[in-house]
Design a protein around this ligand. Structure first.
Ligand code: GRG
Length: 305
């Protein structure tokens, strides 16, 4: 589908409705988890998961599920929340003083500035196994069978661990102060940001029992959108002030290599657009009619315009 056709989709109402689905499922999940935690840790976990956020990963998962023919709306909401739990922990830990040392995110004080570092580390750590349990239980409740349930948990664990997000975070830490090449930067971000976004699409497809061809197309889309999303993030960090970002721009202060340092703002934007085009093309090649995913790909890069 071309850019113009994609833009005919009413994205804002869609995002609003999908976010509401995620918020409800997240509340169900937290209701089960939070009572186990001591009060300060509970508050850190609650703040880390419920203070804003675009909920992009669960929304992508639900959209992939629905485009692949899945019909269990409540089931996929519960499954998709597992991705948000991992994402939330990663941000809580990423903002700690020993990492990016960020006092603000989404325009709000970060959990460690209110509840302390130790409580935030523990709260974030509690979300990791909770996420995997969440995915496992959702798969059971959807009646997906042992094999698919295992693939779902496997996909989440691979994407969030050493081969994915945590591995990428390690490369990022080690890369501070170094001038990374474009392939090195791609590798880092395919892991740090791309892996979980790609897993979101794959998990949606798996839950809908999509064919291998369809799964490949969804993953291809996820890889393109994942990298485009990171490039847009770099452009935003370089071009926005703290008020617009909801946090202090940090890349230059941390002396990080970014797509903007490599290609300039216009070059980075062009690269993000091209990746979004390619993501849409992967779906079209597989014969998928996916207006929501098309519009989401455009939305991801439009943030940086
Ligand atoms: C083991 C301490 C420790 C950390 C390892 C922190 C971590 C795990 C990984 C961090 C990776 C990371 C922060 C990736 C996120 C990159 C990114 C672009 C985040 C912003 O995502 P959005 O825009 O956030 O979707 P919202 O606010 O919408 O939820």
């Amino acid at each position: 589908m071309s850019r113009t056709e994609g833009s005919a989709f009413a994205l804002e109402p869609f995002l609003q409705a999908e976010r509401a689905r995620v918020e409800k499922a997240l509340a169900r999940s937290l209701e089960r988890l939070l009572p186990f935690l001591a009060p300060r840790i509970r508050s850190a976990a609650r703040d880390g998961t419920t203070t804003g956020g675009k909920r992009l990963r669960p929304i992508l998962c639900m959209a992939a599920y629905e485009v692949a023919g899945g019909t269990d709306r409540r089931g996929v909401e519960d499954l998709a929340v597992s991705l948000e739990l991992i994402h939330a922990y990663s941000l809580m830990h990423d903002d700690l003083p020993c990492m990016d040392d960020a006092p603000l995110r989404r325009g709000q004080p970060t959990p460690h500035t209110i509840h302390g570092e130790a409580a935030t580390v523990v709260a974030g750590a509690a979300l990791i196994p909770a996420a995997h349990l969440q995915a496992w239980r959702a798969a059971q409740a959807m009646g997906l069978g042992e094999r698919t349930a295992r693939s779902l948990v496997d996909t989440l664990a691979l994407a969030s661990g050493a081969a994915g997000m945590v591995g990428g975070q390690g490369l990022d830490l080690m890369g501070e102060g170094a001038a990374l090449s474009a392939p090195e930067l791609d590798r880092l971000h395919r892991k740090k940001t791309g892996a979980l976004l790609t897993a979101s699409l794959r998990m949606g497809g798996l839950a809908a029992q999509a064919s291998p061809t369809l799964l490949d197309a969804l993953e291809d889309y996820g890889r393109g959108v994942g990298l485009a999303f990171q490039i847009a993030d770099d452009v935003l960090d370089a071009t926005s002030d703290a008020e617009a970002l909801g946090k202090a721009p940090s890349d230059a202060a941390l002396d990080k290599s970014t797509y903007v340092t490599l290609f300039g703002v216009d070059g980075a934007r062009a690269r993000a657009e091209e990746l979004a085009d390619r993501a849409q093309a992967s779906l079209a090649r597989a014969g998928l009619q996916a207006p929501a995913l098309d519009a989401l790909a455009r939305h991801v890069v439009a943030r940086a315009r």
